[in-house]
Design a protein around this ligand. Structure first.
Ligand code: SF4
Length: 374
């Protein structure tokens, strides 16, 4: 047994202490002033993997521009990108809009009324369903995020790396489900997360002002720093990619570059230079060789290195020059998007001067900087 929680059951008032502390100390966020299903859903998705300082102004702008589920369902791609700027993981914004479209078309604009119904909305998983159902429908579904895992590990004095396993996650979910306050499930979830974010922080927790210190086993045993242990590191994976820089002369001496919207891969849902995995190289190069718009293909001897989480990526830059001719860029673009339709959402030609502004990822910016040296 790597999570020992019997002492928590012996002290049921700890949940009351936690809720009383939350009532007095919760931070004033716009979505907490009045419970609104749409606001709760949006802020929950926005808050994943970022800080509240980043989320609050973007949430306010988002709600002012798209005040309801219908306006989100109708939102254009460009506006959605603009409103999501700075929040990262653009796929989440697209999922939100897909969910909004489902709610408008399949549910007549009515939000799901419980956890099970939320799970039928495209893009909504158990965590988001728990947040919305517990806060908006008072359903006793505990939410487990990184803050909650840390708080539970410390309350139970758990220093075993097993806490990061699937079984560990399930045990934490069971524990949180057992202790959730059935009268105030949404507040219980928010209080656990708030405690983790503002008091029981990863580095230097403020135990002296913690409302549940009396039941905290890690504090009593003076093992707070070991609970939970660091997550086991993921194994490094090495990846090779070809990045295409397809250029075409434009009027006024400028140059155009072909950028694509990516459907899959490391940088899925972003706009940038076409990227091809090692396994796609032979198809790509055979296609380029056979294409009669291609004037030359040159593989740069200076590759790039880039890291995304546990992936070490080495990128070969492949410069593709097209023949000059007014109709060529659009003709090439059409053929290219047909050939690689599986991986591309769209293609567009962008002038050299605008390319830097159009690409968003740091890998694309590196590829751009390499162009800028020409
Ligand atoms: Fe976290 Fe300290 Fe509170 Fe324990 S006493 S839950 S370690 S802040």
């Amino acid at each position: 047994m790597f999570i020992e929680d019997s002492h928590l059951a012996d002290h049921p008032p700890w949940v009351n202490l936690l809720l009383a502390w939350y009532d007095q100390n919760k931070r004033d966020f716009p979505w907490r002033r009045k419970i609104d299903v749409y606001h709760t859903w949006i802020c929950e998705v926005m808050s994943q993997q970022t800080t509240m300082a980043v989320v609050v102004p973007r949430f306010e702008r988002f709600i002012a521009t798209l005040p309801d589920v219908k306006s989100l369902a109708d939102c254009s791609e460009d506006l959605l990108r603009e409103l999501w700027s700075g929040l990262g993981y653009y796929a989440r914004a697209r999922n939100l809009r897909n969910g909004a479209r489902y709610i408008v078309t399949e549910r007549g604009g009515h939000f799901p009324a419980n956890y099970e119904q939320w799970l039928t909305v495209p893009g909504v998983g158990p965590y988001t369903a728990s947040v919305t159902a517990s806060i908006c429908a008072r359903e006793a579904r505990a939410c487990v995020d990184g803050n909650v895992i840390r708080v539970v590990a410390r309350l139970t004095g758990c220093s075993s790396a097993d806490i990061w396993s699937e079984l560990g996650r399930k045990k934490i979910q069971d524990l949180a489900d057992r202790f959730i306050d059935h009268g105030r499930p949404g507040d219980f979830n928010q209080a656990m997360m708030e405690l983790g974010a503002t008091v029981c922080q990863k580095q230097s927790p403020s135990c002296e002002r913690c409302p549940v210190k009396t039941v905290c086993r890690a504090s009593r045993l003076e093992v707070v720093a070991q609970c939970p242990p660091n997550k086991p590191r993921k194994q490094i994976e090495f990846v090779e990619l070809d990045a295409l820089r397809v250029s075409s002369p434009a009027a006024g001496g400028d140059e155009l570059y072909l950028l694509v919207g990516r459907k899959r891969g490391f940088l899925s849902e972003t706009v940038g230079f076409p990227l091809f995995a090692e396994t796609e190289r032979s198809t790509l190069h055979a296609w380029l060789k056979a294409n009669n718009h291609v004037k030359s293909v040159h593989i740069s001897s200076d590759g790039l290195s880039h890291t995304i989480t546990n992936h070490r990526i080495s990128v070969r830059i492949v410069d593709v020059e097209l023949f000059a001719g007014a109709a060529l860029p659009s003709d090439f673009e059409r053929q290219f998007s047909q050939q690689f339709a599986d991986s591309l959402a769209d293609c567009r030609w962008v002038s050299k001067s605008l390319t830097k502004k159009t690409v968003a990822s740091s890998l694309d910016r590196k590829i751009w900087e390499n162009i800028a040296l020409f």
